[in-house]
Design a protein around this ligand. Structure first.
Ligand code: ATP
Ligand code: MG
Ligand code: MG
Ligand code: MG
Length: 572
């Protein structure tokens, strides 16, 4: 590929609306561009990486015995009504109507569609087990799209579904898929951990999430010092003795906005614009309908300068709004987007499963209709973490009994599940068994966030100059940077020859043939994160040499006559 015929689209400045490093670098390296909230265009360099991740995932799925197919994004509502999820899924399910007023969903996942397919197509135990996968666009109307493709509204997922007659057979396929997931993350070169996950409302007994370890991760995972025990925080909580900890009160500086220690800092560093500030903002955590922590009320009290921010868990509080009714509270804010507080507020405050609060704004009106806006972020600027609302904290005795727990941040890149008969029961998906009787199949499902992996890989692989791609997913393997090519006769000829020879050997080469200063070219190639660079300059050519640089800092000189063979050996 010649840069002169390509869209590099690199940016010098750090885009102001990108909070985490992978989002910044994906924009700066010309990998993605935002179309609208949570919707991204993949530029050529980004797409090359995405396709490499896809190829690794596909290869490992095929090795694990899964078979590829492709299902529609648009799914009829009927199927979702049949499974019970048309109601259950809530506003994350993006619904549309066709010209005949029939309802559809844009698929956030495909259990219903695959179960519909298998119940029609598979009739005998002889056709089982079956493991089917696709790599496809998923749509989820995320309440809070953020971090670029990390939490997008449209994203690429690999989802696989397996069908069995017995739970033993399901467990067997599950173990194979678990190993295939480990292979994927190892091949890409990520530091990852499989953790046991809470099966929650989906039911079933066994589930694992795969997390890429990164400070920016939205999830918390608990590790035992004395054993292999690793679980997501919800799971660790679920198996802990159930007495909740006493209400914790924390000052702002324990939250995850490390640079903001006071409300004053929030104002200056994060553009908080107090309209009429309030004295205390208390955050209450309460279980949601499924008994999971997550629903949170923000309670704004008093009418003075907002100078305290506290997180509290109220053990008796099942519903923040109920709670608010019984207390001297000016404004209570329900976590459900758009939910109405007792004085008629509509509040875009969002809480995710790991109980981080993202304060879009904290505002309200009292009974007389007076307005409060204590904290007002226009953008993604704050991510308060209510670590103290958890029942599991660093140093707790591990649920396995050996050692204590340490808690790390993780990015969920994969999730596998022994579903059992949840969908096959609801949708009556059975086959004739050996005795000729109809038997409901048991199912597994296995998801990988293909596009999220691209961002997660950057979170673990960058430096001050840009991305440092693991070689398995780099957009190009090598860059050729001819210095001041247009002023020389020799340089273009040598560069062109090396370019052609590397290409012919199947190496992915980015040939920077722009009329740019060398510094500009180096910066771009480093920002994009290409693992190897070959620099062609007059002075080295006098010695029949070319200079080699690796993105990780290695330098070497190669003889012009042998450079291509040596590079091919090095890259492979
Ligand atoms: P999360 O907890 O991050 O919302 P999830 O548990 O809802 O993810 P799953 O239903 O388990 O997601 O989907 C399988 C995989 O799809 C996830 O492990 C994740 O890697 C990816 N994924 C889920 N939601 C998104 C999203 N909005 N943007 C990008 N990838 C996503
Ligand atoms: Mg989700
Ligand atoms: Mg999750
Ligand atoms: Mg999940």
């Amino acid at each position: 590929m010649r840069t002169s015929q390509y869209i590099l689209a690199t940016l010098k400045e750090v885009p102001s609306d990108a909070e985490i490093i992978s989002h910044q670098l994906m924009l700066r390296a010309g990998m993605i561009r935002r179309l609208a909230s949570g919707l991204y265009t993949w530029l050529p360099s980004g797409l090359r990486v995405l396709r490499k991740v896809e190829a690794i995932v596909r290869d490992e799925m095929e090795k694990a015995g899964a078979i590829e197919m492709l299902m529609p994004v648009i799914q009829p509502a009927d199927l979702w009504i049949e499974s019970g999820r048309w109601e259950q899924f809530g506003p994350e399910l993006l619904r549309i109507k066709d010209r005949h007023n029939r309802e559809f969903a844009l698929g956030p996942t495909h259990e219903e569609v695959i179960t519909e397919f298998v119940r029609k197509e598979v009739s005998s135990y002889k056709q089982l087990p079956l493991n089917l996968f696709q790599i496809q666009t998923k749509v989820r109307d995320e309440v809070r799209p953020r971090f670029g493709v990390m939490r997008a509204r449209e994203f690429t997922m690999k989802d696989a579904y397996s069908f069995h007659l017995s739970d033993e057979c399901l467990a067997n396929t599950y173990a194979i898929m678990h190993q295939a997931y480990c292979n994927v993350f190892e091949r890409i070169g990520l530091e990852y951990r499989p953790v046991i996950a809470d099966t929650g409302s989906i039911g079933g007994s066994v589930s694992h999430e795969f997390h890429v370890l990164a400070e920016s991760g939205e999830d918390a995972i608990a590790f035992s010092s004395g054993s292999d025990y690793a679980a997501n925080i919800e799971k660790a909580e679920a198996v802990m003795p159930s007495e909740p900890r006493p209400a914790a009160t924390k000052e702002l500086n324990t939250f995850a906005t490390p640079d903001a220690k006071t409300i004053e800092d929030l104002k200056t560093l994060h553009g908080v614009k107090p309209h009429r500030c309030v004295k205390t903002l208390i955050v209450y955590g309460a279980p949601d309908e499924e008994g999971k922590r997550g629903l949170v009320a923000l309670v704004v009290r008093g009418d003075h300068e907002l100078n305290e921010l506290k997180a509290e868990k109220h053990p008796l509080c099942d519903s923040p709004l109920e709670f608010a009714k019984d207390h001297d509270i000016i404004a209570a804010i329900g976590a459900a987007p758009g939910s109405l507080g007792p004085v008629g507020l509509s509040i875009p405050v969002i809480v995710d499963r790991s109980a981080s609060i993202l304060a879009d704004f904290v505002a309200g009106a009292n009974k007389d209709g007076e307005h409060y806006s204590g904290i007002n972020f226009d953008r993604d600027v704050a991510n308060y973490e209510i670590a103290d609302l958890r029942n599991v904290v660093e140093g707790d005795v591990s649920p396995c009994g050996n050692g204590t727990l340490s808690i790390k941040r993780g990015i969920e890149v994969g999730h596998i599940f022994q579903l059992g008969t949840k969908y096959s029961d609801a949708m009556k998906a059975g086959v004739l068994n050996e005795t000729g009787k109809n038997q409901i199949m048991t199912m597994g499902c296995y998801g990988i966030g293909v596009s999220r992996i691209v961002a997660a890989a950057i979170e673990q692989n960058f430096d001050a100059k840009g991305i440092v791609w693991p070689k398995a997913i780099a957009p190009f393997q090598i860059a050729i940077v001819p210095m001041n090519m247009h002023k020389s006769h020799r340089i273009p000829a040598v560069a062109e020859r090396i370019y052609q020879e590397l290409k012919a050997a199947g190496i992915e080469v980015l040939f920077d043939d722009r009329k740019e200063r060398p510094g500009v070219m180096f910066n771009d190639m480093e920002l994009i994160g290409i693992p190897h660079t070959l620099v062609i300059g007059e002075r080295n050519l006098d010695d029949n040499c070319v200079e080699y640089k690796s993105r990780s800092g290695e330098n070497a000189m190669y003889n012009l006559d042998t450079v291509v063979a040596e590079l091919i050996a090095k890259i492979r």
